[in-house]
Write a protein that binds this ligand. Structure first.
Ligand SMILES: Cc1cc2nc3c(=O)[nH]c(=O)nc-3n(C[C@H](O)[C@H](O)[C@H](O)COP(=O)(O)OP(=O)(O)OC[C@H]3O[C@@H](n4cnc5c(N)ncnc54)[C@H](O)[C@@H]3O)c2cc1C
Length: 383
């Protein structure tokens, strides 16, 4: 088994505190949250009290001023496999950085304290009923008036969509890739939420439809240049993809562990099923794939820590780890036999949860497009 060397002693101390906290405050509620289709607001606040939300934020906002990506990796590794619907990484590493890096001082002063305390849960709304992979096709539109913008349109599949107090919304402000990012606050007139969508997995994640009907957005809620939001979205995607890769690998590792336990316990033909050559070979192949997934992910994290992670490498990590997760959970269900199909066995949930990994944050096909383009194999190289 691969010995990971990405973490120092302080990280491991932090890991122990996260593990202990999650055992007390997260995992005991997981089943209730799955039934309710949403994690509680309290768990967000408790995470805030622990200092687990946006550790990189300035101390004046309640943060720790600790900008080390590895602490967020540990949160993902420890929490995600057993409560994958608690999207703490989306809050910390996918949405908050827009406000932290792109926001004005006034926007940071206004929003960061609530984001760090867990009072204000974050979401990002890019996908629409008519467009997902092709973000340039966004049809939600923002029109500039004297002292505000008017937002109209709808979004779908938005994670944290029900609990979110603040949503970063991508809307068309001009032709082509002229897209702006707008801070839409809970309670703004004309902003409403549709269904909490029922899904194949991630049952405790509140994935929602959002509607904007003549929402008046004050100019103070425009994030960055209202015509250059597309570029900002692209810049944040590499971090989003390695954060995803970590969660996928951690969940696949969990599937491997629960299966290992199961096959040593379950007997057939007078022996543990884990001792059949087929089981041994399957586990050996999965161990190898998992170690390769960790190695690739950790390589990307090292590049990221140096500020040198390329879009192509991040895409490779997202592609490979999500496909490994898919293969691993499938083999693990098979090794469980009929039990693997039963909801009461964890592997059944892990199987359902895994299916989305190859779709969101850019599908596997889009990842191959990015990697292929990096090889110089795009439409423009046809002649
Ligand atoms: C549970 C969940 C949570 C989500 N959370 C969020 C969120 O918080 N915020 C948000 O904005 N979005 C979110 N999404 C949306 C997600 O990012 C999109 O579903 C995803 O990007 C794919 O877009 P699509 O569904 O429109 O599929 P489409 O773009 O319609 O793709 C359909 C198929 O066509 C393929 N395809 C498309 N273009 C190409 C191409 N150029 N070459 C080859 N194949 C192609 C795709 O790979 C896919 O197989 C979430 C989705 C889900 C299911």
């Amino acid at each position: 088994m691969l010995k990971r060397t990405i973490y120092d002693e302080e990280h491991e101390i932090f890991r122990n505190s996260v593990r202990k906290w999650a055992e007390e405050e997260v995992f005991p509620h997981a089943e209730t949250w799955r039934e309710e289709g949403c994690v509680s607001r309290e768990v967000w606040k408790k995470a805030g009290e622990q200092g687990f939300l946006c550790m990189y934020a300035d101390e004046k906002y309640g943060g720790l001023g600790l900008d080390d990506f590895r602490y967020d990796m540990i949160l993902a590794e420890e929490i995600n496999p057993r409560e994958p619907g608690f999207f703490i990484a989306l809050h910390n590493r996918i949405v908050a950085p827009y406000i932290h890096k792109l926001g004005t001082d006034e926007q940071r002063d206004r929003f960061m304290p609530g984001i760090v305390s867990g009072d204000c849960v974050l979401a990002i709304a890019m996908t629409e009923p008519g467009t997902g992979s092709d973000l340039g096709g966004v049809r939600t539109r923002a029109v500039e008036m004297d002292d505000h913008w008017v937002l109209n349109g709808s979004k779908t599949y938005i994670s944290n969509g029900f609990l979110a107090g603040l949503v970063v919304v991508a809307a068309r402000t001009g032709d082509g890739h002229e897209i702006g990012l707008f801070l839409v606050e809970d309670g703004m007139e004309g902003f409403s939420r549709g269904r909490n969508l029922k899904k194949m997995g991630l049952a405790s994640q509140d994935t929602a439809e959002l509607f904007f009907d003549d929402v008046k957005i004050p100019k103070a809620n425009v994030l960055g240049d209202p015509r250059k939001g597309f570029k900002s979205m692209m810049m944040n995607l590499a971090e989003e993809r390695i954060m995803g890769a970590l969660g996928f690998t951690a969940r696949a590792e969990r599937a491997f562990d629960v299966t290992m336990e199961y096959i040593m316990d379950r007997r057939a033909f007078g022996r543990p099923i884990g001792t059949f050559q087929n089981s041994r070979f399957k586990m050996a192949s999965m161990r190898t794939e998992l170690d390769a997934a960790w190695a690739l992910t950790d390589h990307c994290v090292r590049e990221h820590l140096k500020g040198e992670l390329s879009a192509e490498m991040a895409a490779q990590a997202k592609l490979f780890t999500s496909e490994v997760e898919g293969r691993v959970v499938d083999e693990c269900v098979q090794l469980h036999g009929g039990a693997g199909y039963m909801e009461e066995y964890e592997i059944s949930r892990l199987y359902g949860d895994a299916r989305i990994s190859r779709i969101y944050a850019g599908t596997s096909e889009i990842m191959r497009e990015i990697i292929g383009r990096g090889l110089g194999l795009d439409e423009r190289s046809r002649n």
